[in-house]
Design a protein around this ligand. Structure first.
Ligand code: CA
Length: 305
């Protein structure tokens, strides 16, 4: 009898453990991941948020990966995302979604939450361009409006964005690289923030409001342009990182990434580590990026979102 009780207790423990593991990322509302500039949902079978969707689904989340223009303004991308959010909420009957955006995905999801807060439970910006990018500013200096350099760069970037759109199975999305660039400069971001101020810090490196119009706002980012010698992107990010003059992830400065509640702004991660790229090549001395997404989904779950 004693042995049977022990067996039963063990079985119960195992099953309760499994239930916890399966439910860890089971949020009330679906999660929608939104890519940045030159981003995609899935390209040739590779996730932009590398290995993140599968891990969040395994923990019980109802997960969607959005595809908007690889290169366009925050507002244009925002309108495309809004249409996708309307489709998802109608399809699932969930009423709202949790939006998680990387890089330009940050202002893109902010746009949707600003114009349709009724459809959004939370906004989470990862390495988001919420206060402009020094790199975009410098590109604008090298390629001023109307210059030949701008025309050439626009052609190349437009071709690249079109290729990304086609390879990810969305060839029809409009690509306007100069509009993307102007959205990402410090001046462009300030204009955007005036029109869509929700969650933006009042002081340059402070936190923003945690909740606006019933939407929760969160952010996190990294400050290590060089993290893994095996990742071919580290060289470029290291070089770009040296242009900032302040802590940054290679493309976005620590303070520029702030939005709403700042979970942490100095992970040992560069801009692409934040989405577990390239192919999981990240720092060996930092929490795994996929774990961060899992923990955050659990945070949303705990908050009833
Ligand atoms: Ca990396």
């Amino acid at each position: 009898m004693k042995r049977l009780t022990l067996w039963f207790t063990t079985l119960l423990l195992v099953f309760s453990g499994m239930a916890t593991a399966d439910d860890y990322t089971h949020t009330r509302y679906p999660i929608v991941l939104v890519h940045g500039l030159f981003g995609f949902d899935t390209e040739l079978g590779v996730d932009y948020f590398y290995q993140v969707p599968a891990q969040l689904r395994a923990g019980g989340a109802q997960l969607f990966v959005a595809q908007v223009s690889a290169a366009n303004s925050n507002e244009k991308r925002g309108e495309q995302l809004l249409a996708e959010v309307e489709r998802i909420t109608a399809m699932t009957g969930a009423g709202k979604v949790n939006l998680i955006g990387h890089s330009q995905g940050g202002p893109t999801i902010r746009y949707v939450a600003s114009v349709r807060p009724d459809l959004v439970a939370s906004v989470t910006s990862v390495g988001g361009v919420n206060g402009g990018s020094r790199v975009a500013d410098l590109v604008r200096v090298v390629a001023p409006p109307g210059s030949t350099t701008e025309a050439i760069a626009n052609k190349i970037a437009g071709w690249l964005a079109g290729l990304i759109g086609s390879l990810s199975g969305h060839p029809g999305l409009p690509q306007t690289p100069t509009a993307a660039l102007d959205s990402l400069t410090t001046a462009g971001t300030h204009r955007f923030n005036k029109a869509f101020p929700e969650g933006v810090p009042a002081t340059r490196c402070g936190e923003g409001a945690y909740s606006v119009n019933g939407v929760r706002y969160y952010s996190w980012s990294g400050t290590s342009p060089l993290t893994n010698i095996l990742d071919p992107l580290d060289g470029a990010l290291g070089l770009l990182g040296s242009l900032h003059g302040e802590a940054n992830d290679g493309l976005v400065s620590r303070c520029s990434s702030h939005l709403g509640q700042v979970i942490k702004d100095d992970y040992r991660m560069n801009h692409v580590d934040e989405i577990n790229q390239s192919f999981g090549l990240v720092s060996w001395f930092e929490v795994n990026p996929v774990t961060l997404y899992r923990q955050h989904a659990n945070r949303l779950k705990q908050a009833g979102l």
